[in-house]
Write a protein that binds this ligand. Structure first.
Ligand SMILES: Cc1ncc(COP(=O)(O)O)c(C=O)c1O
Length: 390
C-alpha cells in the first residue's frame, strides 16, 4: 500500500496544478495526425500536430508500412544488436546517411532516445556541455544522465555564449548542443556563429534538427541550408515530425557513429523499432528526396500567415519557421483563445508554463504543407475574430 504521506503530497500537488490551470490531461482527441482531427466528436482543422508535410496519412507510407508488416511481422523482437535487425533498417540508414551527406547514420526508437544516447555516450564527468536555455527536454535529460557539467546560455544570446565558452576554455572536453528550430517559439539557432565559436574553442558541435528535417534545406535541415553541415560533428533528427512517422536518427563520421552504437545505452538496451515503422520511414525519406517542394511551400505559407497575424496585432515572437507562437500571456488567456478557435473549427495547442516561461502562455500553431488557400483564410478570419474579443 502506498503510504498516506505520499497520497497527501500527490493530491496536494495535483490540486495546486489544477488551481493554476496547469494540470495536464489527455484531450478527447481522435485522428490527431490527420489534417482534420476529431475532438469530442467534432472535426477541426489540425494546427497542433508536428506532421508538417502531411505525410502521416500519406498512402505511400501506409502501403510501405503494411508491406513491411506482411514481410517481416509486427515486432522486431529484440535489440538490433541481438536479433532485431532487418535489411530494411540497414537500407534506411544507408539512404539517410547519403541524404545527409554523412559517412554513417544510426536509428533510434525516438528522437528522445537519440538525444539521451548522444549525451550519455560522448559526455561524462570530464565534459562541459554548452546548451541553449530553450533546448528540448531530451537534451537536458541526456546531459543529466551523462554526469557532465551543464552550462546553459541565454536563448540565442551569442554574447552570453561566448562568455560561457571563454570561462570554460580550459575544460578537458567541450560539447555544444543546440536545437536548430526551437519547438515552442519557431525561431532558429545562429548556426554559423555557433560553428565559428566551436572552431575557436575546440568544441564538438551537435545539432538537433528534429523540427527542421523535411522542411528546411531541401529536407536536409538548417545546417545544410546555411552551408555549415560539414562543420557539425553530429546531426540528430527525428522521423516523428516532418517525416510523419516515428524514430530518431544520428548521422556523422564513421568513428563517431560506431562509438554511439557501442556506448548508447538507449540503443543497446531496448528493442528495435518494428518493421512497419521502418517501412514508413523509408517511404517518407524517398518522397522527400524526390520532391523537397512541400517544405518550401510550407515555409512560404508560414511567413505569409505570420505577417498577417502580426499586422492584426498578435505577438508571434521571432518565429522564422512553420511553428508560429501566438503569445497571449496568462494561462487563462491561452486556454480561452484555444476554446474560441475550436468554436471556429480550428484546433491549436495552448502551451503553458513550465513548458514555456511564466507569463508567456501561448497558442502554438504548427502549420502543415497540405493547408489550402481557403484553410489559410479560415485561420486568418478566426484570429481576426479573436483579436476583436481580446
Ligand atoms: C527539438 C526536439 N528534439 C527531440 C525531440 C524528441 O523527438 P521524439 O518525439 O521523436 O522523441 C523533440 C520532440 O518533441 C523535439 O522537439
Amino acid at each position: 500500500m502506498t503510504p498516506k504521506s505520499f497520497y497527501r503530497r500527490i493530491e496536494g500537488e495535483l490540486a495546486e496544478l489544477k488551481k493554476c490551470s496547469m494540470l495536464r490531461e489527455i484531450p478527447d482527441l481522435d485522428n490527431g495526425a490527420a489534417k482534420e482531427l476529431v475532438l469530442s466528436g467534432r472535426k477541426l482543422l489540425n494546427l497542433a500536430s508536428n506532421d508538417y508535410l502531411g505525410l502521416a496519412m500519406d498512402e505511400s507510407l501506409a502501403h510501405a508500412s503494411a508491406e513491411a508488416v506482411v514481410n517481416y511481422g509486427c515486432g522486431s523482437a529484440a535489440s538490433r544488436l541481438v536479433t532485431g535487425n532487418f535489411q530494411i533498417y540497414d537500407e534506411l540508414e544507408r539512404e539517410l546517411a547519403a541524404f545527409k551527406e554523412q559517412e554513417d547514420c544510426m536509428l533510434f526508437t525516438s528522437g528522445y532516445t537519440a538525444n539521451l544516447a548522444i549525451m550519455d555516450s560522448f559526455a561524462g564527468r570530464r565534459t562541459v556541455v554548452f546548451s541553449d536555455k530553450l533546448n528540448h527536454a531530451s537534451i537536458l535529460d541526456g546531459i543529466r544522465i551523462s554526469g557532465a557539467r551543464q552550462v546553459r546560455y541565454r536563448h540565442n544570446d551569442l554574447a552570453h555564449l561566448t562568455k560561457r565558452m571563454e570561462a570554460f576554455k580550459d575544460a578537458q572536453e567541450r560539447i555544444l548542443i543546440t536545437d536548430t528550430i526551437f519547438s515552442m517559439d519557431g525561431d532558429l539557432a545562429y548556426l554559423e556563429e555557433i560553428a565559428d565559436l566551436c572552431d575557436f574553442y575546440d568544441t564538438m558541435l551537435v545539432v538537433d534538427e528534429a523540427h527542421a528535417e523535411g522542411v528546411f534545406g531541401l529536407g536536409k535541415g538548417i545546417a545544410f541550408e546555411r552551408g555549415i553541415a560539414d562543420r557539425v560533428d553530429l546531426h540528430m533528427g527525428a522521423f516523428s515530425k516532418g517525416f510523419g512517422s516515428l524514430g530518431g536518427a544520428v548521422s556523422g563520421r564513421k568513428e563517431l557513429i560506431s562509438y554511439l552504437r557501442n556506448k548508447g545505452r538507449s540503443f543497446v538496451f531496448t528493442t528495435a523499432l518494428p518493421p512497419a515503422v521502418i517501412g514508413a520511414n523509408l517511404a517518407a525519406l524517398r518522397l522527400i528526396v524526390a520532391d523537397p517542394s512541400r517544405g518550401q511551400r510550407l515555409l512560404a505559407m508560414s511567413a505569409d500567415l505570420k505577417k498577417d497575424l502580426e499586422s492584426a496585432g498578435f505577438d508571434c515572437g521571432n518565429s522564422q519557421s512553420q511553428i508560429i507562437p501566438v503569445i497571449l500571456g496568462d494561462n487563462e488567456a491561452a486556454l480561452a483563445a484555444r476554446d474560441r478557435l475550436i468554436g471556429e473549427g480550428i484546433y491549436a495547442a495552448a502551451i503553458r508554463p513550465p513548458t514555456v516561461p511564466e507569463g508567456t502562455a501561448r497558442l502554438r500553431l504548427s502549420l502543415r504543407a497540405d493547408l489550402t488557400e481557403s484553410d489559410l483564410q479560415k485561420i486568418k478570419c478566426a484570429f481576426a475574430g479573436l483579436k476583436a474579443d481580446l
